[in-house]
Design a protein around this ligand. Sequence first.
Ligand code: DX5
Ligand code: ZN
Length: 226
Amino acid sequence: MAPQISPSILSADFAHLASELERIASADWAHVDVMDNHFVPNLTLGLPVVEALVKASPLPVDAHLMIDDPDRWGPGYAEAGAQSVTFHAEAARAPVRLARELRRLGARAGLALKPATPIEPFVDLLPEIDMVLVMTVEPGFGGQAFLDVCLPKVRRARQAIRDSGLDVWLQVDGGVTPETIERAADAGADVFVAGSSVYGAEDAAAQIETLRERAQRHSHDGPVRT
Ligand code: DX5
Ligand code: ZN
């Protein structure tokens, strides 16, 4: 699959979200970070705002739920029209049931892993999900530095996806810049979240293009490079 770019509006101007979405219209997704101050030590926005964003967005919404009890709250984001809903493996009580419910409601189901959470216990769940999100920072805040220690997990996740023969996307989120995106793509990621590096750029569209080109140059649909 061609690399996809999903800019995170966490670094956007929250007072002007509709026009901030227009700035990233050339991307593939609008990544929306939902934080509840329980699962992560930060509070952002919730369902009513996501409902409004879905209506205003020129792009499909990629909701990243950094919340406790996604089993309870996750389906509402699919019902609100988010085309991708990603919940955390560490928070879900019944990930298979939740993923099935998200898909039933018409959303892609994503499973997110914090830096210290291994992929291996979840490999057998790949048929139930549409995307694995390997966090490349500790979730909670934008503008943190990319954690290279997460790259071996990206490689193992890519290998597991290849072995499964399934069309599961592999997303990375946190510290993605024109420099780090090359390493993430080399490791096998194909969907790239970037917050501060897109919204901090003078020309967001040009930055999206730069990220896309660099990811493309380092992408591989063939055998995993090590
Ligand atoms: C962090 C969020 C990210 C964040 C990324 O917990 O999940 O989506 O917005 O921001 P940058 O790209 O600035 O690291
Ligand atoms: Zn995110």
